[in-house]
Design a protein around this ligand. Structure first.
Ligand code: 5GP
Length: 116
């Protein structure tokens, strides 16, 4: 279920610049970065295609792990204090291209609001 390009990255079948990994979470640089820091943080399980598929009871610990990873990566990459943005695109209007839950961590430049 939910096999995408990110499954191949999880299984190391295609390369990625990995910045963080543990048993539950993988994080790697976006191939088409939109900011000096642009990391994708994903669960290793493939069953969550979008935010809509999150079951708070089943996935609470995993969500905690994703946010814990995000905060660590932001610190490690030097954007924790300057600020960063976490984005989860859900569905066509949001521009979601890859149907494997992922959090974009963007930082290293001043960002606009509202986003385009
Ligand atoms: P979405 O639009 O689904 O929220 O974001 C998908 C992101 O995945 C995009 O920012 C895109 O650049 C990135 N991406 C797509 N394919 C690859 C890939 O093969 N490797 C890496 N590192 N990033 C990818």
């Amino acid at each position: 279920m939910g096999e995408t390009i990110f499954s191949k990255i999880i299984h190391k079948e295609i390369p990625a610049q990995i910045v963080f990994e543990n048993d539950e979470v993988l994080a790697f640089n976006d191939i088409n970065p939109k900011a000096p820091v642009h990391v994708l943080i994903i669960p290793k399980i493939t069953e969550i295609e979008t935010t809509r598929d999150i079951d708070p009871k089943k996935h609470a610990a995993l969500l905690g792990a994703l946010y814990e990873a995000a905060n660590k990566i932001a610190k490690d990459l030097g954007v924790s204090e300057t600020g960063f943005r976490l984005v989860l695109n859900c569905g066509p209007d949001a521009g979601q291209d890859v149907y494997h839950l992922h959090m974009h961590l963007l930082g290293g430049r001043k960002m606009n609001w509202p986003p385009g």
